[in-house]
Design a protein around this ligand. Structure first.
Ligand SMILES: *Cc1c(COP(=O)(O)O)cnc(C)c1O
Length: 400
């Protein structure tokens, strides 16, 4: 975790606690109030004319955000330690709207093969329809990405660790190669959050977050955030709202409340995730654990070099078993819920099929793959839930 008070630079915990709050502009109230608005009134014709010349010159219309939305944007940029933030209605909307605004017909996009699955639809359908070509590349490519860059390559997109399979990427090497060729580097930093990885400091020009996950952190909000270098802000901000995107002030209030406790929650998610990963590694039912903070994980060196910590999301491959045996395990979980998304306070377990969303790299696993999210429960309790699950699996396997 970046931090310390060296030279008066506040640590992440301090930023998460205070950034975006201006109590003395709000009658002493600590949390920024929820400003709900569509219409914004202009006091006179001169102001109206000024706003029609420049929509970003003051509050212009609800779609562009209210002070509640700006408070969340301010807090996220404080944690990223730079850039400008734009909040919109989901993580996927943030990714799609950014790509649609920065790319144009004839452009080429380099996309990591282990990207969050639904982004492939954006590339393979929407962007393709508008004449933008995507090439998927293997997450382990590193500096060799230079060999895939064409004169038309406008964006090199990275996500680390990879969705479902948790491969690390050499972000600084990829960013150098991208920049040398005049391309922009865009990163999905949802897993690490700005607390564990300052993407703008490591070469990203644009960072996207599914704030739905750890930033909101309570499984009750859908939100996405784009943080970009200052030079890109105007184009992106205007372009994103021109596509009709917006964010609910109520959801921004909840996300800001979640963000206040992000560093402490993450520390606990990391501890629980590592405890589960180590325990699983020692189990006879397990073929492989995919968690970059484990010392023998193939991505551990990169993770250790570049990241300040891990979150609570990781993967595990089981040894081959009958589908009914896996179902017996999953159907009886007491604490682990089964469902999409993650980053809330509760533990989750989900069977996944990485092979279905890989085209540039091969996913090979003999047994089923599970994605686990370590929640904030008592660690021994969630381990016991898994242990009981393995007992059900073994009993069903023996009966099969
Ligand atoms: C969930 C997720 C998204 C999409 O976020 P939504 O808010 O669900 O649209 C994007 N990237 C990653 C890595 C995710 O896990």
């Amino acid at each position: 975790m970046a931090g310390g008070n060296k030279g008066g630079t506040p640590g992440d915990e301090t930023r998460a606690t205070h950034a975006g709050n201006h109590p003395h502009d709000n009658q002493g109230v600590i949390n920024p109030p929820i400003y709900r608005a569509s219409t914004i009134l202009y006091p006179d014709v001169a102001t109206l004319e000024q706003v029609s010349k420049d929509r970003l010159s003051r509050l212009a219309y609800g779609r562009y955000g209210t002070p509640t939305v700006s408070a969340l944007e301010e807090a996220v940029t404080a944690l990223e330690d730079g850039g400008r933030a734009i909040v919109l209605s989901s993580g996927l909307a943030a990714i799609a709207a950014t790509l649609m605004n920065l790319l144009q017909a004839g452009d080429h996009l380099l996309m990591v093969d282990t990207v969050y699955g639904p982004v492939r639809n954006v590339c393979d359908r929407t962007l393709k329809k508008f004449g933008i070509e995507t090439t998927y590349y293997s997450p382990g490519i590193g500096a060799d990405i230079a060999g895939l860059i064409r004169p038309q390559t406008r964006i090199v997109y990275v996500e680390a660790p990879g969705s479902l399979t948790f491969e690390m990427q050499d972000i600084p090497a990829i960013a150098r190669a991208g920049h040398d060729a005049g391309a922009l580097v865009m990163m999905d930093n949802t897993w690490a959050t700005p607390v564990h990885f300052k993407a703008l400091h490591r070469g990203a020009d644009i960072v996207v977050h599914a704030a739905t996950k750890y930033i909101a952190g309570h499984s009750d909000v859908m939100l996405g955030i784009v943080v970009c270098r200052e030079e890109l802000y105007r184009q992106l901000k205007l372009g994103i709202h021109a596509l009709g995107h917006s964010a609910s002030p109520d959801d921004c209030y909840l996300a800001l409340r979640g963000l206040r406790t992000l560093p402490v929650r993450l520390a606990r998610h990391q501890e629980a995730g590592l405890a589960l990963a180590r325990w699983l590694k020692a189990r006879p039912e397990v073929a492989r654990v995919m968690h970059p903070a484990l010392p023998d994980d193939p991505g551990h060196g990169l993770w250790k070099r570049d990241f300040a910590g891990a979150s609570g999301l990781f993967g595990v491959v089981l040894k081959p078993c009958a589908p009914a045996a896996l179902a017996a395990m999953l159907d009886g979980m007491r604490l682990f819920g089964m469902g999409a998304s993650w980053g809330g306070y509760e533990s989750l377990i989900l069977p996944v099929n990485p092979a279905a969303s890989r085209t540039a790299s091969k996913w090979e696993a003999a047994g089923p793959t599970l994605r686990l999210h370590a929640g904030l429960e008592n660690i021994e309790d969630i381990i016991a839930d898994l242990a009981d699950g393995f007992e059900r699996l073994a009993a069903a396997q023996a009966a099969a």
